[in-house]
Design a protein around this ligand. Sequence first.
Ligand code: ZN
Length: 433
Amino acid sequence: MDSKKEIIFQLDKYLKLLFPICRSITGKGNRKTLNILNEITPINIFEIKSGKKVSDWKIPDEWEIKKAYIQDIKGNKVVDFSRNNLHVVSYSTSVNKFIYWNELEKHLFKHNSIAKAIPYRTTYYKKNWGFCVTHNQYNQLKENSHKFKVVIDSSLKKGSLTYGECLIKGKSSKEILISCYICHPSMANDSLSGVLITVFLAKYLRTLDLNWSYRIIFVPETIGAIAYSSLNQELLKKIDVGLVITTAGGKGEISFKNSWNKNHYINKLTREVLDMNCKRYKEYPFDFHGSDERQYSSPGLRINCISIFKDKYYEYDYYHTSLDDLNFVNADNLYKTFQIYKNLINTLEKQKIYKRYENIGEIMLSKHNLYPNIGGAIAPNNKITDLDKILKFLFMIDGNRTIKDISEEMNISELEINNMIHILKMKNIITEI
Ligand code: ZN
């Protein structure tokens, strides 16, 4: 594995290279981004055609933008897409006309409180056009009572949605999902930080002798995750654990969001790793708002996804603005979160999770010669018998608990649990997942 210095150098290089690209839910910017990521570690790139039905959604037409500006009567381009790609509402339709302030105002968006910020807006599913501006630009346009020329040279045509995937195989065919989203234009913490941490984790995983297999995907948020889930539902149904990596490179505090089942072992393991790696961190319960865990935890899939953040989405002032830039995010901060995710993966790799071959009803212990061997008599003094232990253990292994969790809940040593596992494995009653 590369040294710390080398990884920070690479993170910095790719942060600067990827930041300026105009990405959206479809389009050339996403292909360019995936091709650059493919230099870091091999990624398979796929296209899904516009119009294809995916669950309750449809892949939209592909958006392309060449130029966009608002010009005043003197010929000054007061707002220009070439200076910052957040100036145009993503998926804006084409426009080329002269208009007055009354009409222009309806197509302008400014930040509620931060004067110098250009806000980030999209209009993916409603045909419209618009410009996002600073307070200065807004006032400058408002004070000008003459006509303006507005130009958005864009197209919305049948094309495709692009996504990337790599499957890194371990000893077990049982997979862990890692997902990030590639659809945000020039913002560093929201989207890009997650993309970079994910791609460097993929590179790291390829250097390990793995127990689990890892399915790593780079999709546009929401529609991309829905499309992937819909088209790959049979394999996703077999996955229990996911990491949704986003907003992980800011200057602020580390935090983590629990998975939908708060008792699932991934939450305990994350807490364990954070306790070892951070002086303090904030914990958020699961919330159906958020990123693509919304899709992966939907009723048909129910994957337990956690996210570790460094300046979580919604929680920092520069969220969804032009100030979420390379002053706010740097390679040193990205490296800190990368290390935590790396430690979490190393912790996950050590876990052995078991399940029963027969999952319905009690196991018929006598059939397996376990009943007489462990002496079925109920012991005096309300002591738990070996029989009770084995029955309780078989009741508890539902794939949501580690050996440590079971040992704590049953109040018996991990050694004793492991002895029980040994016998039950020999008798083909349980198996490692
Ligand atoms: Zn966002």
